[in-house]
Write a protein of this length. Structure first.
Lengths: 511, 314
């Protein structure tokens, strides 16, 4: 055994000190350029054309390729992006001042003409764009000068800006669309931080850094590789073994176990959407308000929250999610069932001994588990619910034709409360599958969509939610969580409450 | 042989016509409108009607069928409703993945099953026979999604030897390609290996009891020569039939395997297309599967001739 000499000891101390300093510096590391981020996603993109896109998850790809006219910040505020600023001279006009010096990936300029053409493309029925209904309030777009446009509206639309943070606000290259026609769906040209390098369907989407990106400190990553992986277990395994750096969502049951892995970061926040049971108000038994209420009072949302969602997300009391500025909690409503009240409602509805109905659901583990809990809840008050397990196509068809008693559905959510309410609950609304109609509610939601004042709107939505609780056209069950996980080397990810990935500011730590 | 081939290929035409009618009818009669599925959350009747028109789905079904068949006869399978990609291109892009998976699975299955079957038959009721039979039974009984999960858990998570997902083309990087195919081909090949092993064993046992084997032995031929040249060759006919049937079915089994291991093959293309009601893709892939089945059957018939010279086609 040898004694440690004092001088050697000093050396060791100095080295240790240097290591400590280096670690401290590492904690506040500056973003580094370079590297490839490998992201596992549940679904491949349906198309690369945002104006034709039909899946909310397509946006995980699009936000890297395209810019939107206006963006969202972590608190759901509208922030400048392609539009540097905007004003509303009157409730029927929005004037946008566009950013200068922005180029598309094909080298063409972004300007007022392009914006006008993009909006007209979406509004043209011949294009078949499904953005048309989202921009339903827009009458026309006028070019005021090379970098200023005015949107003229048919009716006041307080949700317009929020609509423009989504695919309707994504600007595509006019030159590319005119050249490629429908093949544009595979060859996207945007102004975003990354451009498409390769798309092998169901295998990979490779994006590379766009060197002429307008934000000069531009994206940090050289490449992003998206891998569509339908199997959750395989996706999680790939993240744990380092084959992937980041994944877009994980099943609720895996959230807690994954937190145990020290080198992984897990994100779980309540989303903007809601899971609901649609009751068909246009035919028996649910054309009877009291029977709808009986189902609402007998449903144990807290049990669903814990057993199906393992405590992730939040119990729903209405269509407005807890993170929205329009949210107002209804104390004492929704979590626990009130069987006495449910029975009371059955008596009022003229069915004291209960009744029978069929719930149509898509055959997924989450929907089935949820339906089984509801089935059990309802049995306690004598309501007999049968579950019809359907393939997605059959379910869509049944819902569209109105041939259902009840249907379980998930709405992915919109940043503005209008997107979660208007088309779902107003008379004749496109997403009002149960054909619910209440003139009072129609009026409130119409007012809320036209009012420019957020305080007024909040009050109107709160009043609407109270009507919805009373009428129960939908049983609001749950706000599912957005979940993501990534390796600790992934830095700079900022979560936006719409749950979609923006990877422009993400960088890889080389440690 | 040439005339036979032409005749056989000729009989495929009516079969394919029937297949095309059946496929077209089934997918169009199944509830689920592609436009409604595409729009789902954003359903607006006007937008739906416009999209339907753009996609040509507003025309009467018989017209849609005739248009499709007319084009298919000229080798033009239409375009994907979703991405506008030509169907033939979408299939060709993925065919190498599925073929290399099916090929590797078949090779793997035969490499294991034939020796195991022969050994079991020759050493009947020995420890090797019982072990082989047990393994075969487990192989047949184990669903491949379960086997895939076990394999991933062991070789990717625990041992870290093999990648849990993804496809690398063996043409681009042979070793990486091979590594990416190992777990999927074990998954897909196991059931086939089990069936082939059982078939080889029973068929060989039967042949070994026939007179000509005894005669060969009586002539003083060695055990290996009798077994391999005389007995096995005769025993292989039912085995070839089974291999043929299984190889046809492999493409179907590939659907699950490809989904689990995230391989961009034809199977996954089909499943996604079914869920999205991408009619042209579904029709194209099913036609391809039918052609594949017919061709494999033809190959099997030709193989009979080589195995047993008494079978001749004229």
């Amino acid at each position: 055994m040898s004694r440690v000499k004092p001088r050697k000891c000093l050396g060791v101390l100095m080295v240790a000190g240097a290591v400590l300093l280096a670690t401290a510096a590492g904690a506040a590391e500056v973003p580094q350029r370079g590297g490839t981020l490998q992201v596992g996603v549940q679904n491949d993109a349906t198309t690369m054309d945002p104006h034709m896109s039909t899946a909310a998850t397509d946006r995980d790809i699009y936000y890297q390729i395209y810019n939107v006219l206006v963006g969202l910040d972590p608190n759901l505020n509208i922030v400048p992006e392609l539009a540097e600023r905007w004003e509303t001279p009157n409730p029927l006009a929005y004037v946008f001042h566009l950013r200068r010096g922005v180029k598309f990936h094909d080298g063409t300029d972004f300007n007022a003409d392009v914006v006008k053409w993009n909006v007209e493309r979406m509004l043209d029925p011949a294009s078949g764009s499904i953005r048309r209904s989202e921009l339903g309030s827009v009458k026309s777009v006028a070019v005021l000068d090379s970098h200023t446009v005015r949107f003229d509206l048919k009716e006041p639309d307080a949700a317009l800006l929020s609509t423009l943070t989504d695919r309707a606000g994504m600007m595509v290259s006019r030159a590319a669309v005119e050249k490629l026609g429908r093949d544009y769906a595979r060859n996207p040209i945007g102004t975003g931080p990354f451009q498409l390098a390769e798309w092998v369907k169901d295998d990979r989407i490779r994006l590379k850094r766009f060197p002429a990106y307008w934000r000069k400190d531009g994206p940090y990553l050289d490449e992003i590789l998206f891998k569509p992986i339908p199997d959750h277990t395989v996706k999680l395994t790939a993240l744990r073994t380092g084959t992937l750096d980041m994944i877009d969502e994980l099943p609720p049951k895996d959230v807690a176990p994954l937190r145990a892995y020290q080198k992984l970061k897990v994100l779980e926040t309540p989303g903007l959407g809601y899971r609901r049971i649609e009751l068909n108000s246009s035919r028996p038994p649910f054309n009877n308000k009291y029977l709808r209420q009986a189902v609402a009072w007998a449903t144990n949302r807290e049990a669903i929250h814990r057993a199906v969602f393992f405590g992730t997300g939040a119990v729903a009391q209405g269509p407005i999610p807890p993170r929205s500025w329009a949210y107002e909690a209804l104390p004492g409503y929704g979590n626990a069932p009130d069987l006495a009240k449910a029975k009371e409602k059955l008596v009022e509805g003229g069915q004291p001994n209960g009744f029978k109905f069929v719930l149509s659901i898509v055959n997924t583990p989450v929907a089935l588990k949820m339906a089984q809990i509801v089935q059990d809840n309802l049995k306690k008050v004598g309501i007999e619910m049968d579950i019809a397990l359907l393939e997605i196509g059959a379910w869509v068809e049944r819902r569209k034709s109105g041939q259902f008693d009840g249907a379980e559905a998930l709405w992915s959510g919109r940043p503005d409360p209008d997107g979660n309410t208007f088309s779902h609950l107003t008379t004749g609304g496109a997403n009002n599958w149960g054909k619910y109609s209440n003139p009072k509610l129609d009026e409130l939601l119409q007012q809320a969509r036209s009012s420019p004042n957020q305080g007024d709107r909040k009050r109107l939505y709160a009043e609407s939610v109270r009507i919805l609780v009373e009428d129960s056209p939908l049983i609001f069950v749950h706000h599912d969580a957005w979940t993501k996980a990534w390796d600790e080397k992934v830095q700079g990810y900022v979560e936006i409450p719409d749950g979609r990935m923006r990877l422009e500011r993400v960088w890889l730590s080389k440690r | 042989m040439g005339a036979y081939l032409i005749r056989r290929l000729g009989t495929m035409v009516p079969v394919l016509v029937v297949v095309s009618v059946v496929v077209f009818s089934i997918i169009h009669l199944t509830p689920g409108d592609p436009v409604a599925i595409m729009l789902r959350e954003d359903a607006d009747p006007a937008a739906a009607a416009a999209l339907r028109k753009v996609l040509g789905l507003d025309r009467p079904l018989p017209i849609q069928y005739l248009t499709w068949v007319g084009r298919a006869a000229r080798g033009e399978l239409g375009r994907s409703i979703r991405t506008n990609q030509p169907v033939a291109e979408a299939i060709l892009e993925r065919l190498p993945v599925t073929l290399s998976l099916a090929g590797a699975s078949t090779l793997l299955a035969l490499a294991v099953a034939l020796p195991a079957g022969i050994l079991s038959a020759v050493r009947r009721n020995s420890v090797a026979d019982v072990t082989g039979t047990l393994a075969a039974l487990s192989g047949i009984s184990m669903p491949n999604f379960w086997l895939a999960t076990l394999l991933i858990f062991l070789f990717s998570v625990r041992l870290g030897w093999l990648p849990p997902l993804g496809y690398v083309s063996p043409a681009k990087d042979f070793w990486a390609g091979l590594r990416s195919l190992i777990l999927p081909s074990i998954t897909l090949g196991t059931a086939m290996a089990a069936v082939v092993m059982r078939m080889t064993r029973s068929s060989l046992l039967e042949v070994l009891q026939l007179d000509f084997v005894r005669t060969a032995r009586a002539k003083g031929l060695g055990g290996a020569v009798v077994l391999l040249r005389h007995a096995l060759r005769n025993a292989l006919i039912p085995v070839v039939t089974v291999v043929g049937l299984q190889a046809g079915a492999l493409l179907g089994g590939a659907i699950i395997t490809e989904t689990i291991f995230a391989l961009p093959g034809v199977g996954r293309l089909l499943v996604d297309a079914i869920f999205q009601r991408d009619f042209p893709i579904v029709q194209g892939v099913v036609l391809l599967l039918a052609v594949n089945f017919l061709l494999v059957n033809l190959l099997v018939d030709i193989a009979y001739g080589y195995l047993d010279p008494r079978i001749r086609y004229g």
